[in-house]
Design a protein around this ligand. Structure first.
Ligand code: SF4
Length: 302
């Protein structure tokens, strides 16, 4: 149901955000959540005769509100039942799989203050064995629609000993930044990734990537999420603290050419940490994607 509701063809013209309970006020009871979604649907049905296009702003707000309501319902139901399902309209249930979440993310318009508008950029598959976690797309990535398609990406691929084609087409390689859309520029660089993005999408997606055995973390926001004990540490400290890949996570300095000085001053990173990362990547991706034993359930979503 989540997929059908969240995809762009569906919007409730009558639903106003205040008609739904905020997530913080929902008790830990899946009945509340399901009732909330049912209320959205009731309102949609009651207003089915509203002339199309008459209230575009309300429709957009409704769509966002409904997305959030559905996600709250999904979370509560999952917690309750230990499985990612929510009640279906007909009384059955449908799994909320990665593909559904992917469709939801691609249609996401939760942030209303993005200077170039929503344009979620990521590459994930249920077959992912390694995950690259950066901060958020920059302006160029926003325009290209492809992550790491720049000199930073070239250096990152060199660190991983991966060619471009493998990097972008092998479903075992996932790219899932902390913010999925370009957040806009600020005085000292790009703005931080919108908090709501990680809050909404991150854990549900990570929960559906059971084969990930290597996470490569770049930047303070990714460190704070994946290695909270390193939050606030300097880049050197964070990279050193994860230099053995403990917990299947490595911290990388940003591969940007602007970081050349840091890399020169910390040559130990490329001399000792990069070879460890490459060995892990080789172990995970050694066989071609179609012969790795786990298959590629879904194509890459990049
Ligand atoms: S940044 Fe994330 S939450 Fe905001 S619109 Fe893009 S996908 Fe949605």
């Amino acid at each position: 149901m989540i997929g059908r509701l969240g995809q762009s063809g569906y919007a409730c013209p009558a639903f106003m955000p205040e008609a739904a309970l905020p997530a913080s006020k929902i008790g830990d009871d899946s009945r509340d959540a399901v009732a909330m979604v049912a209320r959205c649907l009731d309102l949609a049905l009651a207003e089915a005769a509203t002339p199309p296009g008459a209230r575009a702003a309300e429709v957009e707000r409704a769509r966002r509100g409904l997305q959030m309501a559905c996600r709250s319902a999904q979370k509560l139901k999952s917690r309750r039942q230990g499985s990612p399902v929510i009640a279906d309209l007909e009384g059955g249930s449908l799994p909320v799989d990665l593909q559904t979440l992917t469709s939801e993310m691609r249609a996401c318009t939760l942030c209303t203050d993005l200077p170039l508008g929503p344009n979620p950029i990521f590459q994930i598959s249920a077959a992912a064995r390694m995950l690259i976690v950066g901060q958020a797309p920059g302006r160029i990535t926003h325009a290209k629609g492809r992550p790491f398609d720049d000199p930073s990406g070239d250096r990152l691929r060199a660190w991983l000993a991966l060619d471009r084609e493998t990097f972008y087409t092998d479903p075992r390689i996932g790219i899932f930044p902390m913010g999925l859309c370009f957040p806009g520029g600020g005085p000292g660089g790009d703005k931080p990734p919108p908090e709501i993005c990680a809050r909404t999408w991150r854990q549900p997606v990570l929960d559906r990537l059971p084969k990930v055995e290597l996470t490569l973390v770049l930047g303070a926001y990714a460190i704070a999420w994946h290695l909270p004990h390193l939050k606030g540490k300097s880049v050197v400290q964070a990279v050193q603290s994860a230099a053995e890949g403990q917990g299947k996570v490595f911290v990388l300095p940003h591969p940007s050419p602007r970081n050349n000085r840091w890399l020169r001053q910390n040559a130990w990173f490329e001399e000792t940490v990069v070879p460890r990362i490459q060995a892990t990547v080789r172990r995970l991706l050694g066989a071609p994607a179609g012969h790795a034993g786990h298959g590629a359930e879904e194509g890459p979503h990049g």
